[in-house]
Design a protein around this ligand. Structure first.
Ligand SMILES: CC(C)=CCC/C(C)=C(\C)COP(=O)(O)OP(=O)(O)O
Ligand SMILES: [Mg+2]
Length: 436
C-alpha cells in the first residue's frame, strides 16, 4: 500500500532550509579547460509555504531546521517540499500508461506516471534554464572533449536526459559549474556500465581486467618512469577510460582530498558489484534474494548521492561521513534508489538478451511467485527500505545537529527524490509493466 503519511525525515528536516553554500572547497571556476559562465537562474521555486517549526532538543537545532526566514529567503530553501508524499497512482491501468517518447526535449515539462503503490516524494519541476544549459554543456563535453559515444548513439544520449536528471537531484547546487561535476560523472558511470558491462558492447567475459584498468582513471597508478607513460596513454584508449579520467579530473578540482577519496571508495564498491553480477551471469547462477540484495548494495547508485556536498559547494567532514549511523543511512538510501531502478527498468530488462537479474525477477524465481507477485513484493521491499532510510536519517539529524550533517542528509534525501522523478519521467528509456 502506498503511504500517505509525512515521512519522519521530512518532519525532522522540513525543507532543510540551510543556506546555500559557503564553499569550503577550492574556488571556482575549476577543472581543465575554460568554461564560460552563464547567469545563474534562480533556484527552483519552493513548493511549500514558510518553514515548519520542529520541537528540537536545543535552539540551535531548531534554528537550523527552521532555516532562514523573512523577505527574500525563499530562494534559500532548495526544492522545499512541505507536503506529504503523494500517494501513488490508483491501481488503474490508464494511470500507469506510458506516454510516448520525446527524445531531445530535455527542458520540456516531464511526463510519466509513478509505479502504483511505490512510496516516493514528488519534486518540483527542475529549473528549465539550468536543464537547458547543463544539457548543452554535457553534450559538448561528451562529443568534443571525451568522445564518449559514436554519432549513431546520439538519440540514446538525448533520451537519457541527464541534464534534467542532475538538476532534479541537486537543487541546491550553487552554479551550473557545480551541476556539471555531477553530470559528467553520471555520464561516465553510464558509459562504463554500457560499454563494459551491458548492451553496448559489454560482456561479463574479461570484465574484471577492463574494470580494474578503468578504475586507475579514478585512482591513478603510481609506478616507475618506464611504465607511467604507457599507463597514462591507456587512459585515452577507449570511451570508458576517457570519460572517467576527464570527469574525475573536474571532480577532483572541486573536491577536497577526502571527498575525492570517498568517491574513489564508492566507485570501488560499485565495480565490485559489477563483478559479482557478471560472475553470476557467466555461471548462470540465480542468487537467493538476500544475495541479490547484497550484490545490488554494491552495484548501486551510491556514488551519486554521496557527492551531494561537493556539488553543493561544502564538505561533510570525513569523521562525520564515517559514522556508522550515517553509513547505514547512505546504504539504505542507495538501496532504495537502486531497487526503484529495478522496478522502473523491469520491462526494459525483460527485453534485453539473456536473463537480466533484477529484484522482481529474483523474488519470483526464488520464492515461486508469478511475475506480478514478484514485482509487487519488490515494491514492498523498496517501500520498507525507504521508510527505514527516512526514519534513520531523522534520528541521526536529531542526534547530530551539525549543519553540515543536516545539509548532507537533506542532499541525500533530495537526490533520492530526484532519482525517482527521473526514472518516472524517462519514458524514452523506461515503461511500466501491465500489472494493474
Ligand atoms: C550512475 C551509477 C553510479 C550507476 C551505477 C549502477 C547502475 C548503472 C545502476 C544502479 C542502474 O542500474 P541498471 O544498470 O539496471 O540501469 P538501467 O536499468 O539499465 O537504467
Ligand atoms: Mg535496471
Amino acid at each position: 500500500m502506498p503511504d500517505s503519511g509525512t515521512s519522519p525525515l521530512r518532519s525532522a528536516l522540513p525543507g532543510t532550509a540551510l543556506r546555500p553554500p559557503l564553499p569550503t572547497g577550492p574556488s571556482l571556476p575549476f577543472g581543465p579547460g575554460a568554461r564560460t559562465s552563464v547567469p545563474e537562474p534562480a533556484a527552483a521555486a519552493p513548493a511549500g509555504a514558510g518553514a515548519a517549526t520542529v520541537p528540537g532538543p536545543n535552539p540551535a537545532l531548531d534554528r537550523i531546521v527552521r532555516g532562514p526566514s523573512g523577505m527574500g529567503t525563499a530562494v534559500l530553501h532548495p526544492a522545499r517540499r512541505e507536503g506529504p508524499p503523494v500517494p501513488s497512482a490508483a491501481a488503474d491501468p490508464a494511470a500507469a500508461a506510458v506516454p510516448s517518447a520525446r527524445p531531445g526535449t530535455e527542458a520540456a515539462a516531464a511526463e510519466g506516471r509513478p509505479i502504483p503503490g511505490l512510496y516516493h516524494h514528488p519534486v518540483p519541476e527542475p529549473d528549465p534554464v539550468r536543464v537547458a544549459e547543463v544539457s548543452r554543456r554535457i553534450k559538448r563535453w561528451a562529443v568534443d572533449e571525451v568522445e564518449a559515444y559514436p554519432p549513431e548513439w546520439e538519440d540514446q544520449f538525448d533520451g537519457f536526459s541527464v541534464g534534467r536528471y542532475m538538476v532534479a537531484c541537486h537543487p541546491d547546487a550553487p552554479t551550473v559549474d557545480h551541476l556539471m561535476i555531477a553530470t559528467r560523472l553520471m555520464v561516465a558511470e553510464n558509459v562504463v556500465d554500457d560499454v563494459y558491462c551491458e548492451d553496448h558492447g559489454g560482456s561479463p567475459v574479461g570484465l574484471g581486467g577492463r574494470l580494474l584498468l578503468a578504475h586507475t582513471a579514478l585512482d591513478p597508478l603510481h609506478t616507475t618512469a618506464e611504465y607511467q607513460p604507457l599507463w597514462a596513454e591507456s587512459l585515452l584508449s577507449d570511451a570508458a577510460r576517457r570519460s572517467y579520467r576527464s570527469a574525475m579530473a573536474y571532480f577532483s578540482e572541486a573536491a577536497t582530498p577526502s571527498q575525492a577519496d570517498r568517491f574513489r571508495h564508492d566507485m570501488a564498491r560499485l565495480h565490485m558489484g559489477y563483478l559479482a553480477e557478471a560472475a553470476w551471469a557467466q555461471t548462470d547462477y540465480t542468487p537467493e534474494v538476500w544475495e541479490y540484495l547484497s550484490m545490488r548494495q554494491f552495484n548501486n547508485f551510491r556514488p551519486c548521492p554521496t557527492i551531494t556536498d561537493t556539488v553543493g559547494g561544502y564538505e561533510l567532514p570525513p569523521d562525520l561521513h564515517a559514522l556508522p549511523a550515517l553509513q547505514r543511512v547512505i546504504a539504505l538510501a542507495g538501496n532504495a534508489t537502486t531497487i526503484s531502478n529495478d522496478l522502473y527498468s523491469y520491462t526494459k530488462e525483460l527485453k534485453s538478451p539473456g536473463k537480466h537479474l533484477n529484484l522482481p525477477v529474483v523474488i519470483a524465481e526464488q520464492e515461486g511467485l508469478s511475475d506480478k507477485e514478484g514485482y509487487l513484493k519488490a515494491v514492498e521491499v523498496h517501500n520498507e527500505l525507504m521508510h527505514a532510510f527516512e526514519a534513520e536519517a531523522a534520528a541521526l539529524a536529531a542526534s547530530w545537529p551539525d549543519p553540515r550533517m543536516l545539509r548532507f542528509l537533506r542532499g541525500v534525501a533530495v537526490w533520492v527524490d530526484g532519482n525517482h522523478y527521473w526514472h518516472m519521467t524517462n519514458t524514452y528509456r523506461y515503461s511500466l509493466p501491465d500489472f494493474w
